[in-house]
Structures are given as C-alpha cells and as structure tokens.
Design a protein. Structure first.
Length: 453
C-alpha cells in the first residue's frame, strides 16, 4: 500500500500553495495513488469568485485586494483548468467517497505549502437533483456557498500576520441534508493574487446519523457592538445528554468555550472598523458536538479619533521681552473649540479655536524658552502636543534704532523716527522696508507698525 505524509516531497518538484487533506479530496486521493505529483496536488489554482465566469473583478468586501483572474470553466472545476490533473474532471460515480451521515458534524482541513495572505474559504454542495453522469458545472452546484469563513483585515499588505492562516486550517460546518452521492467544492480565495485553489470532495450521505448530537443553539445574535467589543447571546441547546459548554468561533477559528449556564459572552478581542464572522455550537457530556449555527456577520464602528495636533508651531519674531508665536490649525471630526499654549510644560494661554497666533510678553531678556501647543475639540478630546519650539528672547537694548529703508523687520522689532520725537513703534507684521510709504506714522505704515509708547 502506498502511503505518504502531508509534508513529504516528490524529488525535484517544488510544492506550491495548498490542498484539502481531511477528508481526503479527489486530488489528495490521486496523489496518494501516485497519479499526481506534489506540485500538481497543491496547484489546483484558477481565478477566484466562483461561480463567476469572468476575470478582472474586484472583491466586494475587500476592494483593495487583487482583482480576480478568470475562474475555471464548466467541465474543468475539479482540475481548476490545470492540464496536469485533467482526469479529475471525469464524470461518473466511481470516485472514492467519504461516508457522511446526515446531522453529523463535518470538518474540512487545509494544508499550505505556500501560505498566501488569505481572504476567505467558500464551500459549495451539489444540488439535490444533480446528475453525476455529466461533468461538474456551475449548474450542478448550488449557486451560493452553504458555509463561508472570511478574514476581514484590510488592506492585505498591512496585515500579513493576521491574514496568513495557520497550517493546517480546519473549518467545522453543518452540511445541508442530502441522500446518496454528492460533491463538495472547497475554494480557498487569496487576497494578494487574483487566484483561488479548488478541491472537490466526494461524499456519500446516509440518513442514520444525527440522533446523538445536541441541537444547534438558536437565536444566535450580536446584541452589543462597539469599537472594542462584540456582545453575543443565544438560546440553549438540548440533546440526549446534558450540555456542558458552548463553543464560539470567530472568522472560522474557535476563540472560547463558555459554560452551559452562560447564554451570552462579550468578545473584547476586536478592533474598530472591522468585519467579523461568528458561529456557535454546543457540546454535551459525551463529547458530542452540534453542527455550527448559521454564521452572523458583525462590523464594529470606526473609532472616534481625537483632534490632530496643531502643526508647525514657530516664532514670527522676538524682542528682549516678548516672543510672537503662530501655528497651523488642527482638525477633528468635531469642531476645534480651544488651543492651549504651554511654556516649559506649564499652560500659559487658552485661545479660541479660531485663533492661530499669540504674543508671549513680559519675558526676561536673553532667555531661552520651549513651547508647544495642543488642541481640544467640542467633545472635550485633547490632541497630542504639537512640535516643541525652542526660541530665546533678544538681548536688552539700551536705545532703539532709527527706522531705515531696505531693512528686514520682524514682529516685535522697535524703531524710532527722528521726525517723531519721543515715540517708539513696534513691528506687527514681518516685512522689508522697500519704500518710504511703509515707514511708521504713514497711512500704509499703520498696517505694519503700532505705537509702543
């Protein structure tokens, strides 16, 4: 008898991608029989979004994912359109089948040899009246998957760890009731390429199962959804044996088992603005497990961010006793109500949300100071600090300079005019004195200078 382990290699062939090994898929059984090499087993690969027939389509739930390549055509679904393995598409009832009883819990396990950032796994089943004598086609399968496990982190290039599934990945599901021979199609869709991986599993349904399993928990719902939590509740299961706990899965992976006396649970392991899929099953004292409940999709709300910090805090000029400050406006989802200005870590001014400048006065000469600003919005949320500005006052001046042409003046500079004895003007707008019309005591100069005393 030919036996191989999941990780064994055919010499000279590089394994690629992944496959279903439990229950053994049609391709996996062909590999065990020596009819497929390792590369062909793991490369049942074609465009994603089955049962679509066109390529170039975006993902409706993850628009930043790679658009789809062309899915496999009808008649080549089992081989995924790959020439190596085309015999997998042969119709008929002679394929080796996995026995399954209606009502039994059912699990599918994937092994990966090149682990892509993944988006979802879709599971389809043939229709009740399908015809095994015809090649597998879209018409032979139900139009919608009966089970979906989806990962919702986006964009995929920022979430390599969160979107890379463990190997093996196992999904537990509830199969629709069927009788006799049917085919399950398992499709693993990846986020970082346009492709998916296709494996068909041949099943033989009988009607004698399901007597021992507990009932599926009913009324499973999310009754509290926040940016950092999802509250779940459900109705109790029943069965031939006492229920001992409930098992909750998020995005296809089991995350908690709760006591049978608890009919609600809060998931604190979520992030804002994200999608999550939940299902639940019950376990009795004999270890019997119910089928999973229908999955529910939950989207957590986006976090309400605080204001951005004021930007580019800078000095517009210094004197020996003052420093003129200015900054760029902060932004928030709520209007900015206030700017707070700090010197050496102590608040020195509170300004309205429309004021973007301030003159800090009565300072000692030749002294360095450090400033930063922060914004507060109408919700009371305070931003992180702006950049820290280090600036010094000027040296004390024994006398004031006469105003002259072609000189660059900064805010706070003091000048005199020989024609205006006893008056001192302070610059209120930085400029270069390129014309006599900008001198203090002129109409235009009034826009640039203010009488100091």
């Amino acid at each position: 008898m030919l036996t191989k382990t999941v990780d064994s290699l055919v010499p000279g062939v590089a394994p690629r991608h992944g496959h279903v090994f439990s229950p053994p898929s049609r391709a996996y059984l062909a590999w065990l029989a020596g009819n497929l090499d390792e590369g062909a087993l793991n490369q049942r690969e074609a465009g994603k979004f089955f049962p679509k027939v066109m390529g170039g389509l975006p993902d409706a739930d993850a628009p930043t994912d790679s658009p789809s390549a062309t899915p496999p055509p009808d008649g080549k679904i089992a081989s995924a359109g790959q020439g190596t393995g085309s015999f997998l598409d042969q119709p008929g009832t002679d394929w080796q089948k996995n026995e399954i009883k209606n009502g039994d819990a059912f699990s599918v396990s994937w092994n990966y040899t090149a682990n892509h950032r993944s988006r979802r796994w879709n599971y389809f089943l043939t229709k009740e009246n399908w015809d095994p004598s015809k090649p597998l086609s879209r018409e032979q399968f139900e139009p919608e998957p009966f089970y979906v496990a989806q990962l919702n982190l986006q964009p995929y290039w920022e979430h390599t760890e969160g979107l890379t599934p463990v190997s093996p990945t196992t999904h537990s599901m509830r199969l629709p009731r069927r009788s006799g021979y049917h085919v399950l199609l398992a499709v693993w869709e990846v986020a970082d390429t346009g492709n998916a991986f296709y494996h068909v599993i041949d099943l033989n349904f009988t009607d004698s199962g399901g007597e021992k399993e507990p009932t599926v928990p009913e009324d499973f719902r999310a009754n509290e959804v926040g940016g950092d939590r999802v509250g779940l509740s459900w109705s109790p299961s029943t069965g031939n044996h006492p229920i001992i706990h409930y098992r909750i899965a998020r995005n296809g992976a089991i995350i908690v088992e709760t006591s049978a006396t608890e009919l609600n649970w809060i998931d604190y392991g979520v992030s804002p603005n994200a999608h999550y899929t939940y299902s639940i099953c019950s376990v009795d004292s004999e270890g019997n497990i119910s089928a999973p409940s229908p999955a529910i999709l939950v989207k957590t709300p986006a976090a309400e961010n605080g204001p951005t910090p004021p930007f580019n805090l800078h000095s517009m000029g210094q004197t020996s006793t003052s420093i003129s400050l200015m900054w760029g406006a902060a932004s928030s989802s709520s209007p900015i109500a206030e700017y707070k200005l700090y010197r050496e870590g102590q608040e020195i001014a509170s300004l309205s949300g429309h004021e973007l400048s301030y003159v800090d006065e009565l300072l000692p000469p030749s002294t360095p100071f450090r400033y930063f600003a922060a914004a507060r919005d109408e919700r009371g949320e305070l931003s992180i600090p702006s950049n820290v500005l280090s600036v010094s006052t000027r040296e004390a001046e024994s006398e004031h300079n006469e105003w002259v042409l072609n000189t660059h003046y900064l805010v706070g500079d003091l000048v005199t005019l020989s024609s205006e004895k006893g008056k001192i003007w302070r610059c209120i707008l930085p400029h270069t004195s390129s014309t006599l019309g900008w001198a203090p005591a002129t109409p235009s100069g009034a826009l640039l200078w203010a009488v100091e005393g």
